[in-house]
Design a protein around this ligand. Sequence first.
Ligand SMILES: O=C(O)CCC(=O)C(=O)O
Length: 253
Amino acid sequence: MEIEPASNISLPAALEDARITALPSAAYYIPDFISEGEEQAILQKIASAPKPKWKQLTHRRLQTWPSDLVNNKLIDAPLPDWLQEPIVSQLTSLCLSQDSNSPGIFSNSPHKRPNHVLINEYPPGIGIMPHKDGSAYHPIVCTVSLGASLCLDIYKSKEDGALDPAPAWRILQEPRSLLITTDDLYTEYLHGIADSIEDTNLSESTVANWNMLRSSHTFTEGRNVRSTRTSLTYRDVLKVSKLGNKLGMFQKK
Ligand SMILES: O=C(O)CCC(=O)C(=O)O
């Protein structure tokens, strides 16, 4: 049996050290959140999920774990182990500051941890329209990127409520990185991914987290040629229905 090498990931002692200071409150970027072995293991689990787990949209496909929301409610069920470990344990261990009383990022969320994961797969040329994530969730999104890099664009709404068509900021997400967005970035701004086959004009002055990247030197001539990137977005759904448990009890009888 092959022995998985121990993960040698070291997380920042305080999330404040990972803050993307060029952005409004608040976003945090950790380039090496999981190891290459962990990334490969998760990609294999995604690939081996039963076919009906995939929802095919026009250009993109996605999986929802443990299940889709119904009327903004989640039926109570645990996340599978491969989405829990190591990611959820690491997310709940992150503290905002080094102060011994410092809260964790999910300290104020109703379930104190994420209970829902969307898996989105982006082949080259495919993105996601600018949007807000809405009120079904506690306002924190933790995104782990797998397989390849791409830019997440952040948009402001104009005063009349229309979308400002040019992104105000760009965040480059590398494979195995964690991006956390919360506060105004969750509630006031929109985010989206361009339908591009490459991200261009990448530099210290155009990418908000440029100085925090693991490998900024690999984006030669400011280009990131896209290949398939998969994202895991972890959230805490506010309303959870126990219906699933009750059904389970009946089935056992
Ligand atoms: O894949 C991403 O990084 C963004 C996903 C997203 O915008 C969403 O799930 O609402």
